[in-house]
Design a protein around this ligand. Structure first.
Ligand code: NAD
Length: 562
């Protein structure tokens, strides 16, 4: 795509010299810049960070204005950002967030892709995805532990169901087939190989596939489907971990694999199906893709949905043949259903299938980034986490694997799944490490919007809730209010992330640990209350595991069933 006017390379400053007036404003400035670092963003010239068109700012003039305002912002001021454009600076107080962000929100009846695009073309909004428009994207690493845990849960399920008895709970001896090697989907091959399995990844864009090899997420790109299959089937037979990319359209290749009777154990998908203009239909070339989508969005949407229906039909075919099949949070089932494919929802989403028990404890992808830019700071925090949670085996395994296997993109960062009763301990420890000089500069602490208490997303985080409350969207709004009231440094409310316009409402927070006493108080409250919202959301929906978690960590529930 041609670059937006004003495009140029952006990279966050490193070190301890401030451009802004305090770390509370330097932090959002560096994280905004970091989201657009060419090593981090998928298409920085167009301000696209990941996930189809997930942007960090509306246009380059808005980017410049946000940067300018953050540079000048005082400790008792708050910058308001409306879908990537700074719209006001208001006097608040030092406990208030320095930035409040609302992205892509539309009134219910108007919440459709065509209406969103009409408004976007008029320059009135932008698509913020989840962490793109809330300035806490950290590259493919941001998703990799979640993907790793999900594939680990699949391995455990396969072993327990007797379908794969000799695996010892790993994916050794299994073949996974998936598609999409973009910003988030690119984590899949590494997540499978970290679990010991073989994986074939279908991707239409050779540049995307090569990028994953360069960043060590994918082992190799095969010259052809046959060559790729030979490699992964040999790895499956030898119980070796191997990830292989093949270039092609998933809507053609997956049905072809089914026709050939290839023995696939696990099937999922992370193409950008949430936005039909970002899923390439069969019969359209890579070169024509975006011009065609721009010129004839309705026709393109119809064609892309028909292809998604063929893709999902093949996924159902694999499920019928006994494979473990799941929707990986991109809404492909919903799109296939819109094309008239009736069995689209015959396989589950990954949250009800594997993740909900973790959500009941407020667990989810917790992350932090070193504003110094020094990898040593992250390695010091890695050691701190390993010391702090010795009893958590999964976490211990992850925290030992991650430094060895994960290449940093942009500012060094780390992710791990921690829940209620844990996150504030980590945050306070990091703040102490900044105060003592163990870390060379402050860190920012945030999380994904793929989260237990800050998302309403009936095709994903809140699919099949026990009480049927899938579409209730009060929770993310309460979450944003609670984080604002607790001292977060920036707070955001988004619509449409992950699964597309009309299908989700979600909120984010990022808090700076700058080593001060004030930061300690804010960090403790935010990192206690934010995951507590996840526990409360699931207590309210009737999950006994959530009630147990609330009791364990002392979260008050006014109408608890006793
Ligand atoms: P992205 O836009 O960076 O990448 C999507 C990739 O899919 C691109 O590389 C594109 O070339 C490829 N693709 C498109 N059509 C294809 C086709 N027909 N066949 C093969 N490849 C095709 O998006 P991303 O950041 O990787 O996110 C992927 C999807 O996953 C999005 O829908 C996103 O909302 C969702 N998502 C899921 C999670 C999760 O935890 N499950 C988290 C974040 C995002």
């Amino acid at each position: 795509m041609t670059a937006l006017p004003g495009a140029r390379p952006v990279r966050a400053a490193r070190g301890t010299t401030l451009t802004a007036k305090s770390w509370a404003t330097e932090a959002p400035l560096r994280m905004l810049q970091n989201n657009l670092d060419p090593d981090v963003a998928e298409d920085p010239d167009n301000l696209v960070v990941y996930g189809g068109t997930g942007r960090a700012a509306r246009d380059w003039a808005s980017f410049d204005a946000i940067s300018r305002e953050l540079t000048d912002l005082e400790q008792d001021e708050t910058l308001l950002v409306q879908s990537g454009r700074p719209v006001g600076v208001l006097r608040t107080h030092e406990w208030a967030p320095r930035v409040l962000i609302a992205n892509s929100n539309l009134v219910g009846d108007w919440a459709t892709w065509p209406e969103f695009r009409r408004l976007e073309a008029m320059g009135l909004t932008m698509y913020g995805q989840m962490t793109a428009g809330s300035w806490i994207y950290i590259g493919s690493q941001g998703i990799v532990q979640g993907t790793y845990e999900t594939f680990g849960a699949v391995a455990t399920k396969l072993a327990a169901s007797g379908r794969h008895q000799h695996s010892g709970g790993s994916l050794a001896g299994t073949l996974t087939v998936t598609a999409g090697l973009g910003g988030m989907g690119g984590a899949q091959p590494l997540a499978v190989t970290l679990n010991g399995g073989a994986v074939l990844c279908i991707e239409v864009d050779p540049h995307r596939a090569r990028r994953r090899v360069e960043t060590r997420y994918l082992d190799v790109v095969a010259d052809s489907l046959d060559a790729g299959l030979e490699l992964v089937l040999a790895a499956k037979k030898d119980r070796k971990a191997l990830s292989v990319g093949v270039i092609g359209n998933a809507a053609e290749i997956l049905p072809e694999l089914l026709r050939r009777g290839v023995e696939v154990d696990i099937v999922t998908d992370q193409t950008s199906a949430h936005d039909p203009l970002w899923y390439l239909p069969t019969g359209v070339s890579l070169e024509d893709w975006h011009d065609y989508a721009r010129a004839k969005p309705d026709e393109f949407t119809d064609r892309s949905r028909v292809s998604m229906a063929a893709h999902v039909e093949a996924m159902v075919g694999f499920a019928d043949a006994g494979a473990e099949v799941f929707d990986y949070g991109n809404s492909i089932r919903g799109e296939a259903q819109l094309a008239g494919y009736e069995r689209a929802f015959d396989f589950p989403g990954f949250v009800p299938a594997y993740i909900r028990p973790l959500f009941c404890e407020g667990k989810g992808p917790f992350r932090w980034a070193a504003l110094s830019g020094d990898p040593a700071d992250i390695h010091a925090t890695d050691r701190a986490i390993i010391e702090m949670f010795p009893e958590n085996e999964g976490l211990q395994r992850w925290m030992r694997l991650a430094p060895e296997k994960i290449a940093f993109q942009g500012l060094p960062a780390r992710i791990c799944w921690l829940g209620a009763g844990e996150r504030h301990l980590a945050g306070l420890r990091f703040n102490e490490m900044v105060a003592s000089g163990e870390l060379s500069a402050p860190v920012v602490i945030g999380r994904d919007h793929l989260d237990s208490g800050s998302v309403a997303s009936p095709y994903r985080e809140t699919e099949s809730m026990a009480d049927g409350s899938d579409a209730i969207a009060d929770w993310p709004l309460l979450n944003a209010l609670v984080n604002t009231a607790s001292g977060a440094t920036w707070v955001s409310i988004h619509h449409g992330g992950g699964v597309g316009i009309g299908r989700s409402i979600h909120a984010g927070q990022v808090t700076v640990a700058d080593g001060t006493e004030l930061a300690a108080q804010k960090v403790e409250r935010v990192l206690t209350n934010d995951p507590a919202m996840g526990v409360l959301r699931h207590v309210d929906a009737g999950y006994p595991e959530a009630s147990a978690a609330a009791e364990k960590v002392g979260i008050q529930v006014p109408m608890a069933q006793s």
